[in-house]
Design a protein around this ligand. Structure first.
Ligand code: S5P
Length: 456
């Protein structure tokens, strides 16, 4: 069965209808697609499954799923023809999150290809992907029989998913018109309707946070995406190192609380260096307590971090109160949220990352982006694709070669990080332990900048 024959068959069995239909949303649509009854027509079901097999046979996936109910019988036929395992998600119980929401066997990390009958907007597909990701699978591709959407492909792409369709609305209209099965007026009516429900494109990706802008500008001015993690324990080592590498870096990341001889001279000297070498100061304090406590940790105590660090790091584990506590009444300060970590076996999962993104969406003025890592370029891309608009990615756990340390730190390469979407790489020991840290920092800066420039 060809695609054209398939469409005509759908029309014959009443799966494609033109008229006036009230949708769930209350909108009145001049057309309606309903592929549910297709299962009662074996030759049509077989025909569409063959078309799908052709479409997906060269794609990279381990298991296949169909979204119940309509797409499930289609997906099982396709899985069987491709000799691929099938899984599906319970429709009823998934809200309770009791585990075992997936029927069928799969390995954690399995790549799952999702089949559905239709796409109207991207929203429910994105939810589906996230449900599967919660269960430990990786979703990249969706294949739908009919794309009747206005922006479905773009909506999914924004979140890092790819939509493939057998046939779209425009093709269906064209075919029916050439077969004289639809009037020109009806076609106009359908086109007007789909245009009217198309989501307006985001007009501006303007970044509201002035500190984010400052960092981006400095990256470009200095041609450096390098953030040095200056993890040494004496002031002498600290400032000696800065003299060697200061001119290569866009931002300096400190852990003020690991400096044995920290005293009141440290901050003024640090500020002097930041002027001299033109870098931004970023204290990696990883605030994680309730709002009231982090407020004091930020403003009071020995370090008075608020007074001198333009950026800090924040764990969202305590919920959004942490951002309220930290930044209440504070101006000209911003943060990076740890929505993923580089260390082996860390407890962050996809759901946690997603919750971080949800919270941050509400606080664009005090969050500039996320810390994040990934196992490879694609993995990092998928992570970054889910960021709220305007958020940057800083990636630690970076060296010139992949590897790990004895305490669970995992390293990817400079190229992995930047190709995956990192705006900056955070490098500590890769530079600090080098024989010639100044020369090494230059290599990191140049390698990162070369990749970054390609993307600009
Ligand atoms: O997930 C993370 C987040 C951070 S901020 N993994 C990390 O390693 N970091 C920090 O980056 C860590 O605290 C350290 O200061 C730096 C990495 O240092 P390196 O010596 O392993 O490059």
């Amino acid at each position: 069965m060809t695609k054209e024959q398939f469409v005509l068959e759908l029309q014959r069995i009443g799966a494609i209808k033109f008229g006036s239909f009230t949708l769930k949303s209350g909108l009145v649509s001049p057309f309606y697609f309903d592929l549910r009854d297709m299962i009662s027509f074996p030759e049509i079901l077989d025909g569409v499954s063959n078309l799908l097999v052709e479409r997906i046979k060269d794609m990279d996936f381990d298991v296949l799923t169909g979204i119940p109910y309509t797409a499930l019988p289609i997906a099982s036929l396709v899985a069987s023809k491709l000799n691929k395992p099938l899984v599906y998600m319970r429709k009823e119980e998934k809200a309770y999150g009791t585990g075992n929401n997936i029927i069928g066997k799969f390995e954690k990390g399995a790549k799952c290809l999702v089949i559905d009958d239709l796409i109207t907007t991207g929203a429910s597909k994105i939810e589906t992907a996230e449900d599967y990701e919660k269960e430990g699978m990786i979703v990249k591709d969706f294949v739908v029989v009919i794309d009747r959407s206005s922006n479905g492909k773009e909506d999914l792409a924004e979140k890092g998913y790819e939509l493939h369709s057998l046939i779209n609305l425009a093709e269906i209209l064209e075919l029916l018109e050439s077969e004289k099965l639809i009037s020109a007026e009806k076609i106009e009516e359908v086109k007007t309707f789909t245009a009217s429900i198309a989501k307006p494109k985001e007009i501006s990706k303007e970044i509201p946070n002035p500190l984010t802008k400052k960092l981006i500008n400095k990256i470009r001015e200095k041609k450096s995406n390098l953030v040095l993690s200056l993890d040494v324990t004496t002031q002498k080592d600290f400032f000696e190192m800065l003299d060697k590498v200061g001119s290569e870096i866009v931002m300096l990341k400190t852990h003020a609380d690991i400096i044995d001889d920290y005293d009141e001279k440290f901050v003024p000297k640090l500020q002097e260096y930041s002027q001299k070498y033109d870098f931004i100061i970023f204290e990696d304090r990883k605030f994680a307590d309730i709002g009231n406590t982090v407020k004091h940790q930020y403003q009071n105590g020995v370090y008075k971090i608020r007074d001198w660090a333009e950026f800090v790091t924040v764990h969202m584990v305590a919920g959004e109160g942490i951002l309220k506590g930290l930044f209440n009444g504070v101006e000209n300060r911003s943060s990076f949220v740890l929505a993923r970590m580089s260390s082996k076996g860390n407890l962050i999962n996809e759901t946690y990352s997603r919750k971080c993104f949800e919270i941050v969406r509400k606080y664009p003025n005090v969050v500039s982006g996320f810390i994040g890592h990934g196992k490879d370029v694609e993995d990092i891309k998928r992570y970054k694709a889910k960021f709220p608009a305007g958020m940057l990615l800083l990636t630690p756990g970076v060296k010139l070669e992949r590897g790990s340390d004895a305490m669970g730190q995992q390293y990817i390469t400079v190229e992995d990080a930047i190709q995956g979407g990192a705006d900056c790489i955070i490098v500590g020991r890769g530079i600090l332990k080098a024989e010639d840290p100044g020369k090494e920092a230059k290599i990191y800066r140049e390698r990162a900048w070369r990749e970054y420039e390609k993307k600009m």
